[in-house]
Design a protein around this ligand. Structure first.
Ligand code: DAT
Ligand code: MG
Length: 140
């Protein structure tokens, strides 16, 4: 029987692309041992972002979040590996980059810029259900 490893969606957000951190972020993912199964660069539409972030609709940071995420190119990655959802979230670090642990992507490279949304370089799906839903949006 073939082994089907778990998959997740990772995004290098517009701040990561603009700051030339795409290579560093992918290098960390690969050195950890996860497989990049697919990747693409695109400027997401408002519709894609509304679907992606539907759980956050109505929150104070929702509009700034959608505006930020649509402000430039994003690199979307499909990653595979056992427990990759949990593993990438661990590599990424806490949502708030000010307190994200050093050694994590957000802890090492992101900070607060006083904007209405945290610009924290990366997105990673938070559950198998989210991963399936989000991969369908970005890799339709
Ligand atoms: P994560 O990206 O760690 O899964 P999330 O799903 O709770 O975090 O939120 C999505 C994004 O929205 C997050 O990466 C940055 C932004 N965000 C979340 N909470 C915020 C807050 N309290 N203030 C500003 N931006 C926030
Ligand atoms: Mg999230």
């Amino acid at each position: 029987m073939t082994h089907h490893p778990e998959e997740t969606l990772v995004l290098v957000k517009p701040d990561g692309v603009e700051r030339r951190l795409t290579g560093e972020i992918i290098a960390r993912i690969e050195r950890k041992g996860y497989e990049v199964v697919d990747l693409k660069m695109l400027v997401p539409t408002r519709e894609m972002l509304a679907a992606h972030y539907e759980e956050h609709e109505g929150k104070p940071f929702y509009e700034p979040l959608l505006e930020f995420m649509g402000s430039g190119p994003v690199v979307a990655l499909r990653l595979a590996g056992d427990r990759v959802i949990e593993g990438f979230r661990s590599l990424a670090g806490a949502t708030d980059p000010t307190v994200a642990a050093p050694g994590t992507i957000r802890g090492d490279y992101a900070r607060d810029w006083g904007a209405g949304v945290q610009k924290n370089l990366v997105h990673g799906s938070d559950s198998t259900l989210s991963a399936e839903r989000e991969l369908a949006i970005w890799f339709a």
